[in-house]
Design a protein. Structure first.
Length: 318
């Protein structure tokens, strides 16, 4: 009888977790937080969503968002519209994020490096603005370090708090597989991507001013991290499988265009000391934003726009 009761309790607990996971899934359609035209790039059997704006006859500018539990092209919401006045701007949601397909792959740095290479290759010498890990993927794509082999020609490069490491090193396979598991993994990811957790990350790491991200934006981050299969790409991120083995300083130094690095003075996950070291080693221009952390483009959009325009002019005349 005790064994039967124990089994019944366990089944009830499993059922409760499963029901909670199902209840937290967002079933609606995700809209783009960027004002522009929606498009789809077909890549390796996946539909990769992007938003574009501006005159197609203008210089192409590709914006690559950073990777985290709730990453999306919406990271560029404060600057996208203004950039379209001067450029043809394209901002994709990386595979596994935002409005793009999210198959249950074991996502890797190599996969993202190949995607960035192939996406940039669709344009004729685009300028690139990339955040965090995506900046390393973009630099590698330009240098021809991906599986595709050939390099991509660009006309400008701006990296925001670029890094090659954003998870444990070496990677932790047990953590990735735990988060990929259908029951416990979903429950753990729902905690990681809960609104309190999103607010904590924004206040403690993303933004200098915790009041900067609006509740509307927090709600979008929650929705984008609660669609079906939302946990699979972040499972690779938090377990270290999206870390790049690129020598970022050497790669930036070898670019054909002068790179600019933008850093928030108050960033702690990727501290300013890393930015200074990287700039010194690569010869890149370093622009430091006061009262900013990991997302200076979201906190100080006007200054960021000026920095991008200055950098891209320098790249065009290099």
């Amino acid at each position: 009888m005790k064994l039967r009761n124990l089994a019944g309790t366990a089944l009830l607990g499993i059922g409760t977790i499963a029901a909670t996971n199902a209840g937290l899934r967002y079933e609606g359609d995700l809209e783009s937080p960027l004002v522009g035209d929606d498009g789809t790039f077909r890549w390796r059997g996946m539909d990769v969503a992007y938003t574009e704006g501006g005159d197609p006859a203008d210089r192409d500018l590709v914006l690559l968002h950073g990777i985290n539990a709730a990453g999306s092209a919406g990271e560029w919401r404060e600057v996208f519209g203004d950039l379209t006045a001067d450029y043809h701007v394209i901002a994709p949601d990386l595979p596994g994020y935002g409005r793009s397909d999210r198959p249950p792959l074991r996502y890797s740095a190599a996969l993202y490096g190949d995607f960035v290479h192939d996406f940039l290759a669709e344009f004729d010498e685009p300028a690139v603005v990339a955040s965090s890990l995506s900046a390393a993927y973009a630099a590698g794509a330009v240098a021809g370090d991906g599986a595709a082999g050939d390099d991509v020609e660009i006309s400008g490069f701006v990296a925001v708090c670029p890094t090659t490491v954003a998870g444990p090193s070496p990677p932790k396979p047990w953590l990735r597989e735990l988060l990929r598991s259908p029951l416990v993994g979903s429950a753990l990811f729902n905690l990681i991507a809960s609104k309190p957790s999103i607010r904590y990350f924004n206040a403690d790491h993303g933004y200098y001013d915790p009041e900067n991200p609006t509740e509307e934006w927090v709600d979008y981050e929650w929705r984008t991290s609660h669609v079906e299969n939302a946990r699979f790409a972040p499972a690779s991120f938090v377990s270290g499988y999206l870390n790049s083995d690129l020598d970022l300083a050497a790669t930036l130094a070898d670019l054909e265009v002068p790179p600019t690095i933008v850093w928030g003075r108050e960033a702690d996950v990727s501290p300013l000391s890393d930015g200074r070291e990287l700039a010194d080693a690569s010869g890149a221009r370093l622009v430091v934003f006061d009262r900013a952390a990991l997302l200076p483009h979201a906190e100080h959009p006007n200054r960021f726009l000026e920095t991008v325009r200055e950098s891209l002019v320098a790249g065009a005349t290099a």
